[in-house]
Design a protein around this ligand. Structure first.
Ligand code: 13P
Length: 250
């Protein structure tokens, strides 16, 4: 019922030239993978060019962040209205944004509201730090992030949640499938509390954090996990395509 989503977060990697090459290297093979939604999220500067390259394919395009205002005197920022004509998704509340750029739950909440009103589908990221994990606070942190980030926002069918434990991002130390499934189950119950059972059954919840071709099946075979938000491995065409293909085969 929930179509799996395999999303690549390229983060601050690739020049425009490299981004074009990367997407061209993957395009036809990734396009050919059915039964899975495929998404790439390159840096802002490459979005426009890549949207042209992806026209007519089944590969979706997303941004990695946006501002919460539509326009105005916010030097250096990119508004959701600017993105709406080019991409379909926007990643919001990524732990790197929370850690380095002051994206608190309040800020993320404003960004989600703005993204939805511009017609973008938000991918809300939540996840606990190593310290919080070791203190047994995973559930509390993740539910607080969800409640805070989604406060006052009506259910939107385009909403996607990504559970990304901070200690698993870029470290090669992925969670286990069982751990991720447990927390994602809690994310779904939190959604049910906020929006009702029907909404909770519809929303796709992804796992992110050191996902590779080698551990894809471990995560994607879990009943609560509907896809992956892939960082490093999404910059390697063969690896990313293998993740999408393995997901389709499950
Ligand atoms: P890695 O896959 O490189 O661990 O990154 C995960 C991530 O942060 C995706 O948003």
């Amino acid at each position: 019922m929930r179509i799996p989503l395999i999303a690549g977060n390229w983060k601050m990697n690739t020049t425009v030239f490299e981004a074009v090459k990367l997407v061209n290297d993957m395009k036809s093979r990734l396009d050919a993978v059915t039964k899975v939604e495929k998404l790439v999220c390159p840096p802002f500067i490459s979005l426009s060019k890549i949207s042209e390259i992806l026209k007519g394919t089944s590969i979706r395009l997303g941004a990695q962040n946006c501002h919460f205002m539509e326009k105005g005197a916010y030097t250096g920022e990119v508004s959701p209205v600017m993105l709406a004509g080019i991409c379909e998704y926007v990643i919001l509340g990524h732990s790197e944004r929370r850690q380095y750029f002051g994206d608190t739950n309040e800020v993320v909440n404003k960004k989600i509201k703005a993204a939805i009103s511009a017609g973008l589908k938000p991918i809300l990221c939540v996840g606990e730090s190593l310290q919080e994990n070791e203190a047994g606070k995973t559930g509390e942190v993740v539910t607080n992030q969800m409640r805070g980030s989604l406060s006052g926002i009506e259910f939107n069918p385009g909403l996607v949640i990504a559970y990304e434990p901070v200690w698993a991002i870029g470290t090669g130390k992925a969670a286990t499938g069982k751990q991720a499934n447990e927390t994602i189950g809690l994310v779904r119950r939190t959604l049910a509390g906020l929006y009702g059972e029907k909404a909770a059954v519809e929303v796709r919840i992804l796992y992110g954090g050191s996902v590779t071709a080698a551990n894809t099946t471990e995560f994607l075979s879990q009943p609560e996990i509907d896809g992956a938000l892939v960082g490093g491995a999404s910059l390697k065409p063969d690896e990313f395509i293998s993740i999408a293909k393995q997901t389709a085969a499950l």
